[in-house]
Design a binder for this molecule. Structure first.
Ligand SMILES: [Zn+2]
Length: 468
């Protein structure tokens, strides 16, 4: 496989090779946003086979399989075995050429399992058996894989009502990789469905010990949970939002809106926007008080297929890029926090690539010289997590901000095999810079500085920025 995934994969110039092999490759991984199950780390989960670790919960792969004409039974079905699912995936892989799945699949096979062969129906059995044998050894358990990829820190994604039992047990045990929670209060904002919201409030009330019947109670309960998360080592929050919310509201209005939804009544569109605006602001203030970094993942339209949503639930591969016009609300939101001197370190991730330049200029409005790169433009997310998307994000950031201060890559993944995405990112980064050097757009005489810059973006910037 000399010309495919080889040592110099994606590295088109000598300068790129030098930057990658001399600087990026050996950096540890700080995966500051992912969706790994902390229970798997706490129990050092052993995976049964390659089909299981690859296809359980991976909606990227399911989407490709469905597109390739594979029946749902082999994606999410309960009556098919891991091998049967894997076989259908192997049939699909050759048809994923030019989709990032083709690169990720072979990068994972190569870096985790040393497999040089291409996955297809002919090699499926051999590759499945080889990887499954390895997965059943201790070096390939959840923790084994994290160590193999030199992971230093991971931040999971957790609800305020979560008891963080697995994080606590890892902390107690002094596990040498930091596994920290991330505060993700989406459910505390989801007032669209009064019944579900009321049930969530009851859960939050039970875990916080605060009886919630007014808006101020809700904030008190969240504040207690926020303190608890901080005590367990949390340094980041994250919000999955369609758009930014910064509608004007008064405290009295928010109290009334809360009482209405608490009483089981549906809110108007305007009330929902006002409520979310208040919640986003209150959460941002809590994050500022703790010195956390707040993250915003915005712009997805989720659960587009009602029939399959009803059958399979959320996060099963039926989401897409939205086209919300949110620049003004985004500006108002950050401006209010800045005026109140409550704006904490921030990362914004867009799902629509049309917003790349928008974000790259928006963050510049709120850089205040207190922290290098205080306002960050997040790495290519979800549908943009591929070569084109990463390059576009880094080019926008370079043109309109400072690439050198970028905190770099995160996996945003549910799988312990996704760490090679950091390698993918680093190769793409080194290639971008290497090409510039080759073309005389960056000075070859500054190779030392550029090498350090690559190290910074791969590792050190994140380490200094988040203060884990
Ligand atoms: Zn995420």
């Amino acid at each position: 496989m000399k010309n495919f995934i080889h040592e110099d994969f994606l590295l088109q110039t000598d300068a790129a090779k030098e930057l990658y092999h001399g600087h990026a490759k050996m950096q540890p991984i700080i995966d500051y946003h992912c969706h790994l199950n902390p229970e798997y780390i706490a129990n050092d989960h052993a995976f049964d086979n390659l089909g299981q670790i690859w296809l359980e919960g991976d909606h990227y792969k399911w989407r490709a399989m469905r597109t390739n004409g594979v029946d749902e039974r082999y994606c999410t079905g309960k009556d098919t075995s891991d091998w049967e699912k894997f076989e259908k995936w192997a049939e699909t892989v050759p048809y994923t050429m030019r989709n990032p799945l083709y690169h990720w699949t072979h990068l994972e096979l190569k870096t985790a399992f040393g497999v040089d062969k291409l996955l297809n129906p002919e090699t499926a059995k051999e590759i499945f058996d080889h990887c499954t044998d390895l997965l059943r050894t201790p070096q390939f358990s959840a923790r084994g894989l994290m160590k193999k990829f030199k992971v230093e820190v991971v931040c999971t994604t957790d609800d305020p009502a979560d008891n963080l039992e697995h994080h606590l047990s890892l902390k107690k045990e002094n596990f040498d990789i930091k596994v920290l929670p991330t505060w993700r209060p989406d459910k505390a904002m989801a007032v669209e469905n009064p019944q579900e919201y009321r049930a969530y409030l009851e859960k939050l009330s039970a875990v916080s010990g605060v009886t919630i019947s007014r808006f101020s109670d809700l904030i008190e309960a969240l504040r207690k949970r926020h303190d608890f998360f901080a005590a367990v080592g949390c340094k980041l929050s994250d919000h999955g939002i369609e758009e930014f919310y910064a509608e004007p509201y008064t405290q009295a209005e928010i109290e009334q809106i809360f009482n209405k939804v608490y009483g089981g009544k549906e809110l108007t569109k305007e009330e929902i926007l006002q409520f979310k605006s208040a919640m986003l602001y209150e959460g941002a203030v809590m994050d500022w008080e703790k010195g956390w970094t707040q993250q915003f993942h915005y712009g997805a339209i989720r659960n587009n297929n009602t029939r399959l949503f009803n059958k399979l639930g959320p996060d099963t591969g039926f989401d897409s890029i939205g086209d919300f016009n949110t620049a003004k609300a985004m500006s108002r939101f950050f401006d209010q926090l800045d005026k109140d001197n409550r704006l904490t370190k921030t990362i914004i991730y867009n799902l629509n690539p049309k917003d790349n330049d928008l974000i790259a200029t928006m963050i510049g409005n709120f850089q205040d010289g207190s922290v290098a790169g205080k306002m960050q433009f997040g790495s290519g997310w979800w549908f943009l997590d591929q070569k084109t998307g990463m390059e576009a994000q880094m080019n926008s950031l370079s043109n309109l901000g400072l690439l050198s201060r970028f905190v770099g890559m995160l996996t945003d993944s549910r799988s312990f095999l996704s760490y090679p995405r950091h390698e993918y990112f680093r190769r793409i980064l080194c290639n971008l810079i290497g090409n510039d050097i080759e073309q005389g757009l960056l000075p070859a005489s500054e190779m030392k500085f550029l090498g350090e810059m690559v190290e910074d973006i791969s590792y050190r910037n994140a380490k200094q920025f988040f203060k884990f």
